[in-house]
Design a protein around this ligand. Structure first.
Ligand code: MF3
Ligand code: CO
Length: 289
């Protein structure tokens, strides 16, 4: 079904197509004709939806701020889960991981050689020298947000500090490449080049994702792709930048016992930072970190 120039735009703006998204759609078609993967209308967010996502993100960031204040050596990862559940529900949100495809807790806590999706446990105690990723995701009024941060416990080795710092820089460098009418590969190339320049590697099998009305939407986001590859970025797209950077080899293994925890295959440590980004007319807006 093709919209006429004077029909109402598909985006819900109540404006005529010709003065709203018509030029946008024509531009997308030019990229499609060149063989570039382009986004479907269903993942282009309206200004109202972006406002909804920002309210969700406010809860998500409050959770991470609370963890930042309370995290300490000797604490269990279950106590981190308790903080996330309390702050999220007090603010009217729902922890998105809870019962998500059977995930048993409200947050992912991934220590040292755990790459991602670690399950909080009262028997798992934070030790001096640990590095931990706390990955928080929130549903508020139907809108999803997702971000994660690293925390250093006690006296962390210089090598581990570097891994955590470089991984954050990877996100920042990738972010600078986010703008409309280039592809996600431009961002990904910055991410993995910075990791590799520092002697680290980037996990290939697990990526980021579109987000907003669902937890995981298109596109799937690689951090090992190169410039010009992967989906075209257009205004109104929202996705996560969340590379997993390993000190050793990029290979990962799944814990068959719990079905969730992902480890580095070689036992080296892994770090991850995650932000949620909206593509704007001129570049990007970070809405959750
Ligand atoms: N924030 C994580 C992600 O986007 C959440 C994983 S789903 C969970 O991949 F159930 F494990 F939490
Ligand atoms: Co995510």
């Amino acid at each position: 079904m093709k919209l006429g120039r004077n029909d109402l735009c598909w985006c819900g703006s109540h404006r005529k197509y010709k003065s709203c998204h018509m030029a946008f759609d024509e531009k997308i078609e030019q990229f499609r004709d060149q063989g570039i993967l382009v986004p479907d209308h269903s993942i282009i967010k309206t200004p109202e939806q972006i406002e909804g996502m920002k309210k969700s993100a406010a809860i998500n960031m409050a959770c991470l701020d609370a963890v930042a204040k309370e995290i300490h050596e000797g604490m269990s990862t279950q106590e981190i889960d308790d903080i996330i559940y309390r702050v999220t529900t007090e603010m009217g949100g729902i922890p998105a991981p809870l019962d998500y495809q059977g995930f048993p807790k409200s947050v992912c806590t991934s220590i040292n050689d755990v790459v991602c999706h670690g399950i909080p446990d009262e028997e798992e105690i934070l030790m001096d020298g640990d590095i931990i990723n706390v990955d928080v995701s929130t549903i508020y009024n139907g809108y999803f947000s997702d971000s994660s941060r690293m925390f250093l416990i006690g006296n962390v080795s210089e090598e581990n500090k570097k891994l955590v710092r470089v991984t954050k820089e990877c996100v920042e460098k990738g972010l600078e490449k986010v703008k409309p009418w280039v592809t996600l590969g431009d961002m990904a190339q910055e991410v993995h080049e910075h990791a590799e320049k520092n002697g680290f590697s980037v996990v290939r099998e697990i990526g980021g994702h579109g987000i907003g009305l669902e937890f995981h939407e298109d596109p799937w986001v690689s951090y090992v792709a190169n410039a010009g590859e992967e989906m075209l970025m257009v205004p109104g797209m929202c996705f996560t930048i969340e590379p997993m950077v390993n000190a050793g080899a990029p290979d990962v293994v799944l814990d068959d016992e719990d079905g969730w925890t992902i480890y580095t295959e070689d036992g080296s440590n892994s770090a991850q930072w995650e932000i949620q980004v909206v593509v704007t007319e001129t570049g990007y807006e970070v809405i959750c970190y």
